[in-house]
Design a protein around this ligand. Structure first.
Ligand code: FES
Length: 122
């Protein structure tokens, strides 16, 4: 486990990056939950976690409608705007030509005694 800092120093609905043994990670706080992911975009290797985090945009009511899903965070890559769910690492849109959806590596993250811990083995 690595220490990713104090939870109360990471504002709700935000992301910070950190480096550990040459690997850059992003840590996302979404309410009381925290998520960790590798900061390398599977599209073209962009610095994914230097992008933004916000609610997922959905269109449940059909074409021409738009809502924000406050329960579903999404990380947006700063290079070409691809979006990833930090809970699963899966791309919100975008998949290989015939393969499964693109996915960024995620790590188990938790809060203990007010500190964010990331398990790089999990
Ligand atoms: S490198 Fe991330 S969207 Fe292209």
């Amino acid at each position: 486990m690595i220490d990713a800092g104090r939870l109360d120093e990471l504002p709700d609905r935000s992301m910070r990056t950190l480096e550990h043994e040459g690997q850059r990670l992003g840590v996302v706080r979404w309410g009381d939950e925290v998520f960790a992911l590798r900061s390398r975009c599977p599209h073209q290797g962009g610095p994914l976690c230097l992008g933004t985090v916000g609610p997922q945009i959905i269109a449940q009511a059909g074409v021409g409608t738009m809502e924000l899903d406050a329960d579903s965070p999404v990380v947006v890559c700063p290079w070409h705007g691809w979006e990833f769910d930090p809970r699963t690492g899966r791309a919100v849109v975008g998949r290989g030509r015939s393969g499964p959806p693109y996915r960024v590596q995620t790590f188990r993250a938790l809060v203990r005694d007010g500190r964010i811990l990331v398990d790089l083995d999990g």
